[in-house]
Structures are given as C-alpha cells and as structure tokens.
Design a protein around this ligand. Structure first.
Ligand SMILES: [Zn+2]
Length: 223
C-alpha cells in the first residue's frame, strides 16, 4: 500500500485506503474495538464513502466501502465485496455532514469517551479547559473553555438522530466538532478526512486528560 500524505489531494482511489488505515490505527488504540465504531469520508462527486457494519474494523479493506448519499443515506454504489451492509451510523453521519458542512465523520466507542460523558453527570454538555491540546480543535486556543454536547443513548444507533439534531442545532454548541453519547462513545468530525483525523486524536486526548484529572481531584478530595 502506498503511503498517503496530507499534501496529496485525496481521490476516489486514495480516500478508501486512508479511511481503512485510520480504522486500523483506531482499532489499535481501542477506539473501534469489538466491531463497534465507524467512519465516512468524501467521494470526488460529493457523496460519502461509508464503512460496513458488523465487521472487525481493523480488517475493513478499501473495496469494502459503500458509497452513500449524505442527503438521505441511500446507497449510490455497493462495495466490490458482497454480503456487507452499510454502517448503522449512515443517517447520523449524513445529519452531521448536512448540519455542519463536515466531509468526514468518525464514530468512536472509546472508554475515555464513555467516562467523559459520565462527568457531565446528567447535564447536556461537558466543559473542557486548561489544556494545550485544545489548540488542536479548529478555532480554539489553550485559554478557551470548550463546550462538548452530551446526548442520551438509544437502543439502536439510528434512533440517536433526534438527540444529535437537537445538540447540533443549539447555538451554544456551535464551536464543537464532537458530540458525546452517554454510555456509548462519541461522534467527531472535520472539514476533510485529515481534519477529522486530527480532531479524533485531539478529542480522545482531551477526554482522557479530563477524566484522569477528575479522578485525581476526587482522590485528593477524599484525603
Ligand atoms: Zn456506536
């Protein structure tokens, strides 16, 4: 496989390669384990490459990606591999693409995302502050208090759409490129695959750091 570099414009040949290499990397970090999680990225004609559902994410190959419409999620092109079904994230990815102008969205099942949502303690958002890595989110400085919306989980992934739509429509969440889902994980996006990759890495750091700090402070408070 050729190495894909951010300086090279992505094509319909290289985008699925990049998406499958990101899934391998994220699986190694336990962000998409147990067949959970997902990813999408843009085709050259404005549709989305979408990973299949119910498969081991580290084994998804470029030829396993569906092409779907971000407008209504209908399958524009089946993958070369037969017997696959499009990701359950389809409708949610489409919503984020339409509402936020995102062109690449990731879905994480990371433990740090679940524990970060716990810190919201029933509230509809989590505040993250005091970290240099905040600069890795578009538009932020290390002095900002960053508001990340938190929504309730549902029995099935597509049923998250209503909660996600409410969170994305709230002007107080305009600076967020992630939504936490309680007891479940997070959706994280960017303007292109490279920005989505950066945001995925930075948000996971922010979630881990915020959870670890909270645990340390609780322990100190008990002494
Ligand atoms: Zn999920």
């Amino acid at each position: 496989m050729t190495l894909i570099h951010p300086d090279q414009p992505l094509t319909d040949a290289s985008t699925p390669e990049l998406l499958s290499s990101l899934l391998r990397d994220w699986h190694a970090r336990a962000w998409v384990s147990g067949t959970g999680g997902g990813i999408c990225g843009p085709t050259e004609d404005g549709n989305l490459f979408l990973a299949p559902t119910g498969v081991h994410k580290e084994l998804v190959r470029p030829e396993d990606f569906f092409v779907v419409s971000p407008l209504d999620g209908h399958v524009v092109r089946q993958p070369a591999t037969s017997g696959l079904r499009p990701s359950e994230c389809n409708t949610i990815f489409g919503l984020i693409v339409r509402e936020r102008g995102a062109r690449s969205v990731a879905h994480s099942h990371a433990l740090a995302a679940v524990l970060a949502a716990d810190l919201a303690d029933g509230a509809d958002h989590l505040e993250i502050a005091g970290l240099e890595m905040l600069k890795g989110i578009r538009g932020l400085t290390n002095l900002d208090v960053h508001r990340v919306p938190v929504v309730d989980n549902t029995p099935r992934e597509p049923e998250l759409v209503a909660g996600l739509a409410r969170a994305l429509g709230d002007p107080r969440n305009a600076g967020a490129f992630a939504v936490l889902v309680r007891d479940h994980g997070a959706y994280i996006w960017g303007d292109d695959v490279w920005e989505a990759k950066r945001h995925v890495e930075v948000y996971h750091f922010l979630f881990e750091a915020t959870v670890a700090r909270h645990a340390r402070r609780s322990k100190e408070g008990q002494r």
